[in-house]
Design a protein around this ligand. Structure first.
Ligand SMILES: NC(=O)c1ccc[n+]([C@@H]2O[C@H](COP(=O)([O-])OP(=O)(O)OC[C@H]3O[C@@H](n4cnc5c(N)ncnc54)[C@H](O)[C@@H]3O)[C@@H](O)[C@H]2O)c1
Length: 250
């Protein structure tokens, strides 16, 4: 088992399943104490069980990323329990199709993907600034870079995540805080399954668009996150790391 993140304390949002769960498990494997957060605490506890089975430490917390009070309580509890917050992974996100003329889903998507990420950064930053240490990784998407049909608000929020990452990175370096973004390509999760079904697309069609010829696994993203959250990436900040098997270059 790795120990690249020994003694680090990490918060991961949207971590009860999919990419967030894989990130939580990978950070724990690398030695971090991992706070597994999502809208359902019971589901988070299942992930913590897996972390404990590895002989590592985890904590399950209910945290709706759009709720400032949830963030306040989470930061307070983690500080009391572990004394610090070294790493924040803003992974929680939602995606839904929007037909032309229908803006009924817009507020919700903006709220989780964009406001949730900004509120999350602001919740941990005072402590990270005080510590003079922090690694933040925000999960964007290749939808911010290339076109996927019928997801205008989702794509805009993911572009926004790149913008806010660069903003924070530009002035937080002086406090030894790194802020980076990962833009995943198609990754095998419930989100992708739902979107493909709604678009009537097959996995075969997606694989043909990916240079590596396969859909990504949540672990492909988790490995990149673990790197950016580690001191091996200490001189990297404000960057967008595209992890898409070559989708955007094909
Ligand atoms: N799967 C892909 O192909 C893909 C591609 C690019 C980017 N992404 C991004 O990766 C991230 C993870 O997505 P996934 O594919 O694992 O999807 P998923 O739907 O499997 O998981 C998303 C998680 O976020 C949680 N969540 C939703 N709203 C929340 C809220 N208000 N507060 C806290 N948690 C909330 C959900 O409960 C869920 O556990 C998202 O930001 C998504 O946009 C996914």
């Amino acid at each position: 088992m790795g120990s690249n993140l020994a003694d680090r304390v990490a918060i991961v949002t949207g971590a009860m399943r999919g990419i967030g769960k894989a990130i939580a498990l990978k950070l724990a494997k690398e030695g971090a104490k991992v706070v597994v957060t999502d809208v359902d605490q019971e589901e988070c506890k299942e992930v913590v069980k897996e972390i404990e089975e590895m002989g590592r430490t985890g904590l399950a917390l209910e945290l709706d990323v759009t709720n400032e009070e949830d963030w306040h309580n989470a930061v307070k509890e983690v500080k009391e329990k572990f004394g610090k917050i070294d790493i924040l992974i803003n992974n929680a996100g939602i995606c839904d199709l929007e037909e032309a003329g229908d803006i009924s889903k817009m507020e919700k998507i903006l709220s989780v993907n964009l406001k949730g990420t900004i509120i999350g950064c602001n919740a941990v930053l005072p402590l990270m600034i005080e510590q003079k240490y922090g690694k933040i990784v925000n999960i964007s998407s290749i939808a911010a870079i290339v076109s996927w049909p019928k997801i205008p608000t989702y794509s805009a929020t993911k572009g926004g995540v790149i913008g806010l990452t660069k903003c924070y990175a530009g002035y937080l370096g002086q406090y030894n805080i790194n802020v980076n973004t990962i833009a995943p390509g198609p990754i095998e999760t419930k989100m992708l399954d739902d979107v493909l079904k709604k678009l009537g697309m097959t996995r075969d069609m997606v694989c043909k668009a990916v240079s590596k010829g396969r859909i990504g696994r949540p672990e492909d993203i988790a490995n990149a996150v673990a790197f950016l959250a580690s001191d091996d990436a200490d001189y990297i900040t404000g960057q967008v790391l595209v992890v898409d098997g070559g989708y955007t270059v094909k």
